[in-house]
Design a protein. Structure first.
Length: 543
């Protein structure tokens, strides 16, 4: 597997090591250090289960040995699609120790996405829970085995008469060659404008720095109790600072199967949670529910909000509602992290998305010709640095579009920089809808809609939503004589195994699509149209 010298130019890799950002440790070895340092302290809480640092270390050792006994080797790629459960954490550390590479897939992905992901990665194994939120992952696993030749086996958490379960895989601990700290440790997933999964290679060196710099910015220590309510397969909940940052600080991680206040608030009360992370839609919902559910949330010290832009009015309400500090967090699985500081004044806290965490984060804001814009002017955000990747995995065409010749990542976000160095996100260049933190690639959904015999043209755009930030609206030109509803299209997309969050929330029929001067569908016009329709409907309701 590539080392950091293959992912970053040698002079950059040398600088990051010299500056102390990259320490030469691996994610498997830091767990052993935590176990020595924190020993019997609680590391994980998952329902009625509690795991100490020592127990976590031992379980990861035994699972690594058991996987090796089954033939898993360093460099093997494993798609891990698990909810927020103890087994996810144990498995990841077992794979880190083996040098095998977990590919972290959110529970919401279905056959269309998972099969593409496994094929792109040439994954040799697929790990799922038996059931989660009413969905049968064993049937999905059967489909993936049929679809993808490289997948040799399925491993299951829970009941399975068909596939081996993780708790059956056990062997006496043994030592393994230490992976290259500059080599890939895991793959995260990136949203995009196509349905092809983009694999984000994160190294041991850069990801350990990622978790530590964000944990320091959040002020985590041994008294910290982190509640993981967002999917732990996402970068935000895993290492910004998330699970890994909290464990590195010697704190306690509480895993929640749901982000619902009905589930999360009792955990905050009972476990004395001090910090959690939410997307804006959840933060707004939680804020509304605080006075209704009557739980003691006084232990909360910090609430991180990120994943999409947080409205200023909502930002002003969050801290007072919980009696804690708000921290805005703008980041991406590809690397760059911008966060507000604990001592920032309220004006910065509620009106900006924070500033880069590393002194070696290099930021450019450019126009359509890649020329730097004037101070305070909006443009596309470009970034490079010690935890920002230089390329996607096996994606040459995408890499040419997504990275500049000198290594800057094109984020697709439109931003401006304030005089004090804070970022304000003003929009996105890419045709991706941010539905409460879930990224919906419009082009992919349109391709699926066009398989309906009654759809001659389709355009999917964002429409404003007070809770999720954005929802999806599908504009459709129907073929003569065909009649169908949003429900009919939803059934089609479900049958095509599209993730539920990608199914349009609204359907609008048009006789023809508006066009730009070069003949492309004018999506800006459609976005204005649906926003106008919603405003008129809201006006009628309020009248």
């Amino acid at each position: 597997m590539q080392s950091a010298n293959g992912l970053w130019p040698p002079e950059f890799a040398a600088r990051y090591r010299r500056q102390g950002y990259w320490t030469g440790q691996t994610l498997g070895s830091v767990l052993a250090q935590w176990a020595q340092r924190y020993d019997s302290r609680n590391a994980l809480v998952d329902g009625g289960r509690r795991l100490s640092y020592r127990d976590l270390d031992l379980q990861a050792d035994r699972l690594a040995a058991g996987l090796a006994k089954r033939g898993m080797r360093a460099g093997d790629r494993v798609v891990v699609q698990l909810p927020n459960i103890t087994e996810f954490v144990v498995l990841c550390f077992a794979l880190f120790r083996l040098g095998s590479l977990p590919i972290l897939a959110p529970p919401g992905l279905r056959r269309h996405e998972i099969s593409q992901l496994c094929a792109t990665a040439e994954a040799i194994a697929y790990v799922v829970a038996d059931q989660y939120q009413g969905f049968d992952y064993l049937e999905l696993a059967r489909d993936v085995l049929n679809d993808v030749r490289s997948v040799r086996e399925v491993l299951v958490v829970g009941e399975s008469g068909r596939y081996p379960t993780l708790n059956e895989i056990d062997a006496p601990p043994r030592s393994f060659p230490l992976p290259d700290a500059g080599g890939v440790a895991l793959f995260l997933l990136s949203g995009g404008t196509t349905g092809t999964p983009k694999l984000i290679p994160r190294t041991h060196d850069d990801y350990i720095y990622n978790m530590r710099v964000s944990a320091g910015n959040a002020g985590l220590d041994t008294s910290s109790v982190y509640l993981a309510v967002l999917p732990v397969t996402h970068n935000f909940a895993l290492a910004c600072p998330g699970i890994l940052g909290c464990l590195d600080a010697g704190g306690r991680v509480v895993l929640s199967a749901s982000a619902s206040p009905d589930d999360a608030f009792p955990l905050i009360q009972n476990e004395k949670v001090t910090v959690s992370a939410l997307v804006p839609a959840l933060a707004i919902l939680w804020t509304r529910m605080v006075p209704l559910l009557k739980f003691d949330l006084s232990s909360l010290r910090l609430l991180q909000v990120g994943g999409s832009k947080l409205d200023e009015d909502a930002a002003r309400r969050i801290g007072p509602a919980f009696g804690c500090r708000l921290q805005q967090s703008f980041g991406m699985a590809e690397g760059l992290l911008c966060q507000s500081r604990l001592d920032d004044p309220e004006t910065i806290l509620v009106t900006t998305q924070g500033r880069p965490l590393s002194a070696d984060d290099e930021i450019r804001i450019v126009d359509e010709d890649d020329q730097d814009v004037g101070s305070g002017e909006p443009g596309e955000l470009l970034a490079r640095g010690p935890y920002t990747i230089r390329s996607y995995f096996r994606a040459d065409d995408c890499n040419r579009e997504s990275f500049t010749a000198d290594g800057y990542f094109r984020t697709g976000d439109m931003a401006r920089m304030t005089a004090d160095g804070n970022l304000v996100i003003v929009g996105r260049r890419k045709d991706v809808i941010n539905r409460g933190g879930d990224k919906v690639p419009a082009g992919e959904v349109e391709d699926h809609l066009l398989t309906h015999p009654g759809v001659t043209e389709a355009a999917v755009v964002a429409m404003p939503d007070s809770l999720l930030g954005e929802r999806t609206c599908a504009y459709v030109v129907a073929a003569p004589g065909h009649h169908f509803s949003l429900s009919d299209l939803a059934d089609l997309l479900q049958a095509r195994n599209l993730a539920p969050f990608k199914i349009p929330d609204r359907l609008e029929f048009v006789s023809s699509m508006p066009r730009t001067s070069v003949g492309k569908i004018d999506k800006a016009h459609l976005r204005r149209d649906i926003a106008s329709r919603l405003a008129a409907e809201n006006h009628q309701c309020s009248g």
